[in-house]
Write a protein that binds this ligand. Structure first.
Ligand code: PLP
Length: 574
């Protein structure tokens, strides 16, 4: 057996004349790739009946994947009748792969033939097409139209959304959404859960309150008043399943399909997907070194003079992905625009707890005197993404309708988690964790930038230039800011869990890889890299174009030695 993915073959696998070629850049999960390749080998006779398979542990080591990955593929092959296990002896290829499986007509014409091992577990479409991989693909596509014809317009829009690229668990990943969950104080969190579980059984019932657990809403109101200067009463807060649900509720409650929402360009892809799947018309507005442009030349005001824009989505405290901070005059202009045009603003304040310098700026919501802002917060970054707990601070006039929307959607967010989070905040664990992580992440950001400087042999420069006293002044799109040749450009404020970087052009231009090639090469080295290109929305009327050699490096989920190792692995391609 040969692998093009994992470690060198061991002797015990030599008896297998089979290449398993795992691709970390594929959309297909690793266990599915292993399954497909072993099954094809059995069907094409490259692996014979009765032949023993390597032990799952051996194969896992050999391929450099987890044992669970191999076990999943073996289990699937066993359940479909290709393999069987003999207790104490191992896993073997079945004696018979029934002839009926190799022919569509014989399988359906003679349903009882050779069914002792395999048939009961095979669906008709599957049974009919084991002659080749392409036949399977054809059969799957042949079956699909009748099902997809059932979809609503919404279902169709969801169906057409691009799938996120597959990432292998092995990768050293610069994923931008990842905090370091290994440093989360799980013992304290567990204690909070246990205490709530034993205090009473209220958490087992529906909540009487569609807005969410009142003590949690009170804690959040105090917390965001102190840290973000958000002004609200607990009764303006709706607890959600993270930002994603908040955005989904907002767009459904405020916009009819076809109506327009303005968003930053480049911007947060998951927000864009929620809005477009709802059928909203997306109006991309360039974000420059001051954040979203509001002016009448290229900005929001220009667009809203030709089309009615009811909603605008912004990340003013740490623009995603550029990382810039929306300057105060821009904030005031945005609020004024919303008031004048009778529009609402979604303020996504997803990671502003993590600032490593520069000026903290209060939330847009705190500056709003006309109830124009829907402030969205999340615990995904300050705690862990799996918690999926977030909130919306609503203008009082919209509270009742949002409470209805949440109740229609899922009644409530898990009560025990809301109660535990209340204790976690009230006992000071959250504030302590954030303080600690601020130091950890500031160091990782620095390690990353230093490693990139070394790897590209280019000194860092900042956009906007924070060393200039009256920054920011530029009003051109970030991707069009003149680049300082030969420098590694660090964009945005020192904040959050990611940094946007413009890599210097290669010293020998004919050796420069395209962004896609770079992502692919990195993935072959076990490193997941994220180009900013998908985050740009093509716009017919506004001058924002995706930039080359611009990448988002999330540093939250990698320890300093892993950051250094990942950059060293991709250095030859930078
Ligand atoms: C711009 C932005 N908003 C919000 C989130 C968090 O989303 P959620 O609360 O759905 O986990 C992220 C995560 O990376 C983000 O990048």
């Amino acid at each position: 057996m040969r692998s093009t993915y994992g470690k060198a073959p061991t002797n015990s696998l030599v008896g297998w004349d089979l290449t398993i070629d795992l691709r970390s850049d594929s959309d297909v999960a690793l266990h599915r790739q292993i399954y497909d390749q072993i099954r094809t080998a059995i069907l094409t006779g490259r692996v014979r009946s009765h032949q023993k398979l390597p032990a799952s542990r051996q194969l896992a080591i050999y391929l450099g994947v987890s044992r669970t990955t191999v076990t999943l593929s073996y289990d699937q092959l066993i359940s479909e009748g290709y393999l069987h296990t003999k207790p104490g002896a191992g896993t073997f290829v079945c004696a018979q792969i029934p002839d009926s499986m190799l022919s569509a007509s014989s399988a359906s014409a003679n349903p009882t033939a050779n069914d002792s091992v395999v048939k009961p577990l095979l669906k008709p479409a599957f049974r009919s097409v084991l002659q080749s991989e392409s036949a399977i693909a054809e059969s799957v596509t042949a079956d699909q139209p009748s099902l997809t014809e059932l979809l609503s317009a919404y279902g169709n829009r969801l169906h057409q959304l691009p799938k996120p690229p597959a990432e292998t668990h092995r990768a050293l990943s610069f994923r931008y959404w990842q905090p370091d969950v290994s440093l989360f104080p799980t013992a304290q969190w567990q204690r909070c859960i246990n205490r709530c579980r034993s205090a009473n059984a209220d958490w087992m019932d529906y909540s009487a309150d569609a807005l969410g657990y009142k003590p949690l809403r009170t804690e959040i109101a105090n917390y965001i008043a102190q840290t973000r200067a958000v002004h609200c009463s607990p009764d303006q807060i709706l607890i959600t399943q993270g930002t994603q649900q908040a955005l989904s509720l907002i767009v459904r409650v405020v916009l009819d399909p076809g109506e327009a929402i303005a968003l930053e360009n480049p911007g947060y892809l998951s927000a864009r997907k929620v809005f477009s799947s709802h059928g909203a018309t997306l109006i991309p507005i360039p974000a420059d070194s001051n954040g979203l442009q509001v002016n009448e030349q290229n900005g929001l005001a220009a667009q809203s003079s030709s089309s009615r824009i009811k909603l605008v989505y912004v990340t003013p405290s740490h623009q995603f992905p550029t990382g810039v901070l929306m300057a105060l005059p821009r904030r005031l202009a945005l609020l004024q625009w919303a008031q004048q045009t009778n529009a609402l603003i979604i303020e996504d304040d997803y990671d502003s707890e993590y600032r490593y310098g520069g000026r903290p700026i209060p939330a847009l919501q705190g500056l709003d005197t006309h109830q124009r802002v829907l402030y969205v917060g999340t615990f995904s970054k300050v705690m862990f993404p799996g918690i999926q707990l977030g909130y919306i601070v609503l203008p009082p006039a919209l509270v009742a309708v949002f409470a209805q929307a949440k109740w229609m959607c899922d009644r409530q967010t898990s009560l025990i988690h809301q109660a535990a989070l209340t204790d976690f905040i009230a006992q000071g664990h959250l504030a302590r964790h954030i303080r600690r992580m601020r130091t950890v992440y500031a160091q990782r950001r620095e390690v990353l930038i230093t490693a990139l400087e070394k790897a590209t042999r280019s000194p860092r420069s900042f956009i906007p230039d924070v060393s200039t006293p009256d920054f920011p002044t530029s009003s051109s799109s970030i991707s069009r800011v003149a680049r300082t040749p030969g420098t590694l450009e660090i964009v945005g404020d020192p904040a959050g869990l990611h940094v946007m970087v413009k890599l210097p052009t290669a010293r020998q231009p004919n050796q420069q890889h395209s962004d896609q090639q770079l992502v692919l090469q990195a993935s072959r080295q076990g490193v997941a890299l994220f180009s900013t290109q998908p985050y740009y929305l093509p716009s017919s009327s506004l001058p924002t174009t995706a930039a080359n050699r611009e990448f988002i490096f999330g540093f939250g989920g990698l320890k300093p030695p892993e950051i250094t190792e990942a950059i060293a692995r991709i250095q030859p391609y930078l």
